[in-house]
Design a protein around this ligand. Structure first.
Ligand code: ASP
Length: 342
């Protein structure tokens, strides 16, 4: 690392890069190359900032695994020359994207900080400036040439989170994200404070690995009281289905009706991995704790423990893409890969 850190700012789209056209009252993307003009404060930061933007910035509702690969490839190609990365994204699917990037890179030893904003950068009351400036500062923070953060994080409204532990909880509040099952990694106040106890350890001796073969032939099946056999059957029999996230109740509970268990069992027999993730915002699946989950355990459902749905989606898409053999899939999924579960 040089004395002045090099930071790559990657703009993918979203509200953060928009300005209001006061004549028409609509939000428009602005040319991101002009970012330093829009935020002159960036020049005051003690780092070199290079920017790169998607040719056509996207609303994050249009985000998909192809774009995940694009982000990962940009990071990979600049990895050796940069000290840290800040990815600007729309907030709607930022937890999915950042979780996916966390799985796709193994042996990361430099910070990748995702951020965005609730209000456009050109808005008078915008939260974009603070989010962007502090995200860059975090990406540039180092001690004795070693970055303080070497994992994929999400920074928003004064808080730094492990990205694959986050979930978007508000379309209104500036505090749009929570990390319900894992403490925050840092906080921005008068000083930038990191929670060293929980930040991932960095090992610079290991070579960076990027796995970008992702496979999104999966489905999320959210249970609700009264769900019909026909519905579950249709979903589990989707052609070429390769993975299912079953959003269960409470500590991983589901109906005990025979038709339901049989349908799940048939899917597992066809080597379709079924991951049990709770609908609850916090807490963990505890398979077998209640009678209503003991059959799920017996038929070989994967225990999603305290993973978020966003992270489970990203992990499933990643692991199917990696091509983990069917007989090892359950065991592999249940091991935390990047601190995403206990
Ligand atoms: N719809 C926008 C997006 O996710 C919202 C935002 O950027 O906050 O791209």
């Amino acid at each position: 690392m040089t004395n002045i850190p090099n930071i790559l700012l990657i703009y993918t789209g979203g509200t953060i890069g928009m300005v209001k056209d006061y004549k028409t009252n609509t939000l428009k993307s602005f040319d991101f190359e002009q970012i330093k003009q829009k935020i002159p404060e960036l020049k005051l930061l003690n780092c070199h900032i290079q920017t790169i933007s998607f040719i056509t910035p996207i609303d994050s509702s249009n985000m998909n695994p192809k774009y995940w690969v694009q982000i990962a490839e940009i990071i990979e190609s600049y990895y050796d020359g940069m000290d840290g990365f800040v990815v600007l994204s729309g907030t709607d699917t930022m937890s999915y994207t950042s979780s996916a990037i966390s799985f796709m890179f193994e042996n990361l030893s430099k910070p990748i900080i995702f951020t965005g904003s609730q209000l456009p950068i050109g808005d008078l009351r915008t939260d974009a400036k603070e989010n962007l400036i502090t995200a860059i500062q975090i990406a540039a923070t180092h001690k004795d040439g070693i970055p303080k953060i070497g994992e994929v994080c999400l920074y928003f409204e004064y808080k730094l989170y492990r990205a694959n532990r986050t979930t978007k909880v508000s379309a209104e509040q500036f505090e749009a994200y929570h990390s319900p099952n894992f403490p925050q990694l840092g906080e921005s106040g008068v000083h930038l404070n990191f929670n060293k106890r929980v930040v991932s350890k960095i090992d610079q001796s290991k070579k960076l690995i990027l796995r970008k073969n992702v496979n999104a032939n999966i489905v999320i099946l959210k249970l609700f009281p009264g769900i019909k056999e026909q519905v579950v059957k249709c979903i589990l029999e989707i052609e070429n289905l390769q993975g299912v996230i079953l959003e269960t109740y409470g500590a991983g509970n589901a109906p005990t009706e025979k038709w339901f268990i049989n349908l799940l069992q048939n899917a597992i027999k066809k080597n379709i991995p079924l991951v049990n993730v709770s609908q609850c915002i916090s807490g963990s699946v505890d398979l077998g704790y209640y009678e209503t989950s003991s059959q799920l355990k017996e038929i070989g459902m994967i225990d999603g423990k305290d993973i978020t749905t966003e992270s489970a989606v990203a992990k499933l898409i990643y692991l199917i893409g990696v091509g983990i053999p069917a007989d090892q899939f359950k065991k592999t999924f249940e091991i935390p890969l990047r601190g995403e579960m206990v």
